[in-house]
Ligand binder design. Sequence first.
Ligand code: GLN
Length: 496
Amino acid sequence: MNDLHRLGVADLAAAIAEKKTSSVEVAEALLARAKQHDHLGAFLAFNEEQTLAQAKAADARIAAGGRGPLLGVPLAHKDIFVTRGFPSTAGSKMLAGYQSPFDATVVSKLAAAGAVTLGKLNCDEFAMGGSNENSAYGVVRNPWDVERVPGGSSGGSAVAVAARLVPATTGTDTGGSIRQPASFCGITGIKPTYGRCSRYGMIAFASSLDQAGPMAHSAADCATLLSVMAGPDIDRDSTSLDHPAEDYTRLLGQPREGATAAQPLKGLRIGLPKEFFGEGCAPDVIAAVRAALDQYEKLGATLVDISLPRTELAIPVYYIIAPAEASSNLSRFDGVKFGHRAAQYDDLTDMYKKSRSEGFGPEVQRRIMIGTYVLSHGYYDAYYLKAQQIRRLIAQDFQNAFEQCDVIAGPVAPTVPWKIGEKSDDPVANYLADIYTLPGSLAGLPGMSVPAGFGEGGLPVGLQLIGNHFKEAELLQAADAFQRATDWHKKSPEGY
Ligand code: GLN
């Protein structure tokens, strides 16, 4: 079969099940394509032998009558998920060549469903960043304009889908790292409720925020992946929610209760936080988001003005809490228990110092220093404790808002993707770009990015949808209804 790279997850699974192609043929074609587009920097590692063995096993399951929505479908994982048979580096020199003896739960669940691991994907070092420029293994290029960033930290995951190297990928989102690269690359991504996907085997950045999720072209494909990825893992992850697994595809294509086929979202109240539409957001982004909201009105939804009054505080709060947790999580990389060890040193202290200075890149070192500072005696109450208190208030703002609406909508990021290098020596400029994704992360809420059109320079713009805890199925239903009425999610960058 030709043009296999044009098929999404559902179409590929069907083509394989109907024997129009085989999992092996698909894996071979996409491996060749991924290598051909090496210049994008999306992939960090392949293991052809293992990939083809998995594909063969999937074909055998199909020959024996096996069926499943992911059976034989190739996927690729952000290099934050430890994956047997591949190096697992978190985009850091600290973990160069590290081979995990086990698979992350998300990886093993997808593999058990018959998905085939095509490779590992580039990301910002330890998922710290929003442009993928912080990877120790080079920048990732946005296929919509290769001079521009793909967003981050799951930049490789977004680019691999956008450039049609693989139909879907895994990502992680601590403060926006699924939603923002999805927005920048014109694909769909969802970060579920905190605790919904197991963090076991997901290299930790900020444990109270880190969450895994799928990235694909359509909300429907994301729903298929998330149904496999999510679910309790309480024996192995103490923050995993003891809440039964769900079928996130169950509401797709269904009108809401009391709605009609012509207006499937009738009754859906979409809240528009005034803080998300202020002067900080670029006019081209606002225009695309507004046009998407007009479409939602046509689908029957009503728009409600709401306020999330502490939005601005999300940046200082996140950039205290996330570095604090990171400084603690990253203490294990000391050249003894884990990670790179310097070749030469004088004594134990010097060994730690040299190993960590060589192993960690500048952004990671900056965050370790901020984190250590805000947790230190004398500053803990002033910074860390205060930040935790405000985090609680931010979460409360959302609960107040959800009394007036079912879903919150707005931009994912204040601008379209910027030029590679443009913000590299200004960490604060990078942090400010996270303004619309951080509040939902701090509140542990599910959020997604849905392709909503194009802004300046023909660059993609995503619409962010945020739901209350455990409302993933409703979010996906709302995104899917939009995608049945529009084709932004079907567009590809020229040449891909
Ligand atoms: N851009 C944010 C940061 O730099 C979010 C990263 C993430 O979600 N992993 O921390």
